[in-house]
Design a protein around this ligand. Structure first.
Ligand SMILES: *[C@@H]1O[C@H](CO)[C@@H](O)[C@H](O)[C@H]1NC(C)=O
Length: 218
C-alpha cells in the first residue's frame, strides 16, 4: 500500500513538473521536425549537436513594420520555437506587436507564460485581470515609449493603442511556446460553437445576444 502511494505521488509530481517548460538538461537542444535519430526531452526532438548551426538560433527582420489592416488593427509576430528551433527547452520566446491608431490586441491569455512588454513607439493602454480568488481586479496603465509592463502567467490581458499614431511593442514570454487563447474567439468562435443556451446562462443575456456575438466568427 505504501509503495502504491509512493508510486502515485511520484507519478503526480512528474505530471505537475511537465506542465512547465523544463530546465534544460544540456547546453542546446535545437528542435528537429524529423524525429529520426533524435531524443525526446519534453519539448521537441533535439537535433544532433554536431549539426547545429547559427541559423538554428536566428530570426531576421524584427524591425520591419507589420500590416495592421485587419479588424483588430493589430498584428502579432511570433518568434517562438516554431520560428527559432534553438529555443527548444529554453523556456523563453518573443513577439513583436504592431498597432494601427486605436488598434487593439484583444483580451487573451497565455496558458504557459508570463509576458514582459516594452513599448518602443506610441502609447498603449494595457491591463490584466486577476483571478476569481483575488476578486477579478483590473490592473491597468497607460504606457509610453520606453515603459515596461508585466502580464502574469495565465491572466487575461490586453493592449490598446490610445494614441493618434501607430504603436509598436516587443515582449518576451517565459515559454518556448506560450500558447494564446483569445477570449472572444474561444468563447464565441469555437468550432463547433458552444451551445447558445449555455452561453446565454453564463453571460445572463438573451440567446439572440449570444447569436450576435457568435456571428463574426461563423
Ligand atoms: C501581419 O503582417 C504580415 C506582414 O506584413 C502579413 O503577412 C500578415 O498577413 C499580417 N497578419 C494579420 C493578421 O494581419
Amino acid at each position: 500500500m505504501k509503495l502504491l502511494v509512493a508510486i502515485l505521488v511520484s507519478a503526480l509530481a512528474i505530471t505537475v513538473s511537465f506542465a512547465y517548460d523544463p530546465s534544460p538538461l544540456q547546453d542546446i537542444c535545437v528542435a528537429v521536425k524529423d524525429p529520426h535519430h533524435a531524443v525526446f526531452v519534453n519539448g521537441r526532438f533535439c537535433k544532433d549537436p554536431k549539426e547545429v548551426e547559427a541559423e538554428d538560433f536566428f530570426f531576421p527582420g524584427f524591425n520591419v513594420p507589420r500590416n495592421t489592416d485587419n479588424n483588430d488593427g493589430s498584428n502579432v509576430t511570433n518568434v517562438n520555437v516554431d520560428q527559432i528551433p534553438g529555443l527548444n527547452t529554453l523556456g523563453i520566446s518573443m513577439v513583436r506587436i504592431d498597432f494601427a491608431p486605436y488598434g487593439l490586441n484583444p483580451p487573451h491569455t497565455h496558458p504557459r507564460a508570463t509576458e514582459i512588454l516594452v513599448v518602443v513607439e506610441g502609447e498603449l493602454y494595457v491591463g490584466f485581470v486577476t483571478s476569481n480568488q483575488l476578486g477579478n481586479k483590473l490592473i491597468t496603465k497607460v504606457l509610453k515609449a520606453g515603459d515596461v509592463f508585466v502580464f502574469p502567467i495565465g491572466l487575461i490581458h490586453f493592449q490598446w493603442n490610445v494614441g493618434k499614431t501607430k504603436a509598436v511593442a516587443f515582449a518576451a514570454l517565459s515559454s518556448q511556446f506560450p500558447g494564446v487563447i483569445t477570449i472572444s474567439k474561444s468563447v464565441f468562435g469555437s468550432n463547433p460553437p458552444i451551445n447558445v443556451d449555455v452561453l446565454a446562462k453564463a453571460f445572463q443575456v438573451d440567446a439572440h445576444v449570444i447569436k450576435q456575438l457568435q456571428k463574426p466568427f461563423a
